[in-house]
Design a protein around this ligand. Structure first.
Ligand SMILES: [Mg+2]
Length: 96
């Protein structure tokens, strides 16, 4: 399911011209970060409707990145979630 969303996000972005030239990973990561910042601003304003929309934008940008680079995000997420279950409380005493 997640990999299908990656494929769809990439195909949509491609159809809108966002992949006419190869995109650098750094650019795609910066765009993901910009959506995280928009979510932060929405939260600061107490705008719950916009907050969840910006979180969706974060996911869509991540899906686009993974779709464009043919990365198996679904496998990576499932693997990392299993690994996280084995980690220690607060990952060994980290403050946050
Ligand atoms: Mg946005």
């Amino acid at each position: 399911m997640i990999n299908e969303l990656c494929k769809q996000a990439f195909e949509t972005a491609k159809s809108k011209g966002w992949h006419d030239e190869p995109r650098e990973t750094g650019t795609l990561l910066a765009l993901i970060h910009s959506e995280v910042s928009e979510a932060l601003e929405a939260d600061r304003k107490g705008d719950k409707e916009n907050f969840i929309e910006e979180i969706a934008d974060v996911c869509i940008r991540i899906f686009d990145l993974c779709g464009s680079k043919n990365l198996d995000l679904e496998k990576a997420i499932l693997s990392k979630m299993e690994r996280n279950k084995q980690r220690s409380y607060k990952h060994g005493g980290k403050a946050y």
